[in-house]
Ligand binder design. Sequence first.
Ligand SMILES: *Cc1c(COP(=O)(O)O)cnc(C)c1O
Length: 358
Amino acid sequence: MGQGVLTHYAEFLPLTPATPRITLGEGETPLVRSRHIERETGGEVYFKLEGCNPTGSFKDRGMVVAVAKALEEDSKALICASTGNTSASAAAFGACCGLKVIVLVPQGSIALGKLAQALIYGAQVIAIEGSFDRDMEIARGLADRHPFTLVNSLNPYRLEGQKTAAFEVIEALGDAPDYLFIPVGNAGNITAYWRGFQEFHSREKSSQTPRMMGFQAEGSAPIVRGEPVADPRTVASAIRIGNPAHWQNAVTAGKESGGGVEAVSDDEILEAYRLLANAEGVFGEPASAASVAGLLKSTRQGLSLEGKRIVCVITGNGLKDPDTAMSQAPEPTVFPPDLEQIEKAIIGAPGSSSWTRP
Ligand SMILES: *Cc1c(COP(=O)(O)O)cnc(C)c1O
């Protein structure tokens, strides 16, 4: 327990004896059975809670490998462009390893919790006007000119680390599920899961590979539309990406697995976001809810999941984006410190019963 991805999965990762086995306790995240949403699908539904990683998203699985290799190669600094979670993760691993971290974020469109993380871990945070896609070009340009290690998902070690989530799913279920529902932004994660499922299948650790069901947000769905989106828009900031780095890999994962990449609207994302929290007790960030929105949409459109095992990846912790949570829930009501008045507000007038949840 708690050994971290590098130690636990050493034999599946591109490590050498000189790779430092750093860890912040990433990986080994829970796979939790649904108690409510599952009934709407007829299948067995599980949530892979990647928000339980040390900085609150799956990015830690890949970052630990990328940073260990950067140390091995004697790099002095990490650089990334980020919609938030990559920068939080890079900042944390950079801090623990004594590396300088430079993060480029889109001005005004990164969730509050993620910005707070990058800042308190001590990264140099540069906010740039415009969208993420332009930040990515600048980060690549800087990494070309200086001995900085680029730790975006273009860094091949990131995907190697991220594939370990697929290993854990297989180990927890005793086999691969029939379907994997996953949000798609830069499409690194769907690529990594597909690689992980294929790898364990080829080593006979599973009898099958799942259908990979990727979901973009409608306002930033370049893969679904078949062309880059110049001004991507969605409430789900972690997948607000107009020109994904792993575009082709995502298409391939969809095709080869018998799944595909589709879009869900912001309304569908927010419905799934609230439902996950108030019917399952799972608080994911809006981008994470795209997987569940995709599951609900597919079911409502007639996809038969009777008797199937389904995993939805909940990619990041809901606490990262408190502004969206506050906008999606009622305000608390304010009372004077008066027991009778408060009691009346809770249980209603005498004789009425509001002791059971509707
Ligand atoms: C990064 C991220 C995604 C998107 O993953 P990609 O690899 O870019 O497709 C989805 N959800 C959360 C919470 C993320 O941090």
